[in-house]
Design a protein. Structure first.
Lengths: 191, 191
DNA sequence: GGACGCATGTAATAGGTTACATGATTAC
DNA sequence: GTAATCATGTAACCTATTACATGCGTCC
């Protein structure tokens, strides 16, 4: 079993969904910490069904294509539950902006400022989006958010991490811009 | 050209290195935001050499195996410089702990607390490590850190991001533990 | 004798993205 | 007309990890 499998089970533990629904949710509610395209989802669903972790039923629709709706089985819930408690394997981090930052010394400061200004803006936008969801949740599901046995609490928890991540990212980008705005000292060339 | 290529060029822009040296640096100085194993590095170096971005020379050693030392060419420096200024493509985030967090509501709070306690500890340890490097840099290269044209500044900048990331991560883990320690409200089962 | 560091490679597999493929309905 | 949404799949490709493969020197 791999991580996409558990991502799908995690969604199906909350609601019965079609492959299409799952792919949409892997774009937004989960999308900010786990993503998958539909070409990964459909084969994975077939595997999960083969192992008895999900059940499939076809829903005939009028005016739009039929769909296959999946629901989690007790066996599926059991493997999901067992997996949750297992210590996560280190996901090797890969941040392209940090990779660029490592070589930023080669480039004129003005160029660098442009780069980080664009990134700061993009992350600030995402932060605002997350803050919006957060307020919505705090208004709508106030009680559920306090109970750790509620799926709303779990969603809220991931959202809180997203917010803290984006806040720190924006702050760092702004620090970078400030650092790249310092008057250049006498430049000493290497080599 | 892909990201590992630029990671290697970024390292070779600072020093001449062998494939072995590069693989070690992709474990630590760069390792916390970009990683690669030696099986990715050696073929990539051959590609870079083929395109004229690096030059290779064999260094004969006594008492240990000979090695191939690579140095960046002007053409290599040029592509690196051009790439740095380009806006980074969104690296799709994948955090296994967050994926587990999304399904934490299924699991007994005590199990969850164990999970986050272990993670908090691991991240706190990494944070302490980064703080150590930071102090070392602030003591040793104080002047260079202020000049954005210095490679030391660039290293420092990535380190600062690592520190802010780990700090936020630890704080979030602790918040999770606190949240999972609240007395359970009357549990309402879904479905 | 065995583990570890230096040193360089290849092969197999897993994971993930992009492209190919089809087709109806609705909104602009 | 043309783009977007709903809906499900396959194929090709790229990236990344793990395993296979070799061999000397040093330290315990």
């Amino acid at each position: 079993m791999n991580n996409i499998g558990f991502a799908l089970l995690g969604l199906l533990a909350r609601d019965d969904l079609s492959g299409y629904d799952l792919s949409r949710r892997l774009k937004m509610p989960l999308g900010f910490f786990w993503q998958a395209g539909h070409s990964q989802i459909y084969p994975e669903l077939a595997k999960l069904a083969g192992r008895g972790f999900v059940r499939e039923r076809t829903v005939v629709q009028a005016g739009r294509p039929n769909k296959k709706v999946y629901s989690i089985t007790p066996a599926g819930k059991a493997v999901l539950l067992a997996w949750v408690a297992l210590p996560p394997g280190r996901t090797p981090p890969r941040d392209e902006l940090l990779l660029k930052t490592y070589s930023i010394w080669l480039s004129p400061p003005a160029e660098g400022r442009k780069l980080f200004a664009a990134e700061a803006e993009a992350h600030a936008k995402r932060l605002a989006e997350y803050e919006g969801y957060r307020e919505q949740m705090e208004r709508g599901q106030k009680r559920a958010l306090r109970s750790s046995a509620s799926p709303h609490f779990a969603t809220y928890a991931t959202l809180m991490r997203g917010i803290s991540f984006e806040r720190a990212y924006v702050a760092w980008c702004r620090w970078m811009i400030k650092s790249l705005s310092r008057p250049a000292a006498r430049t000493r060339k290497r080599q």
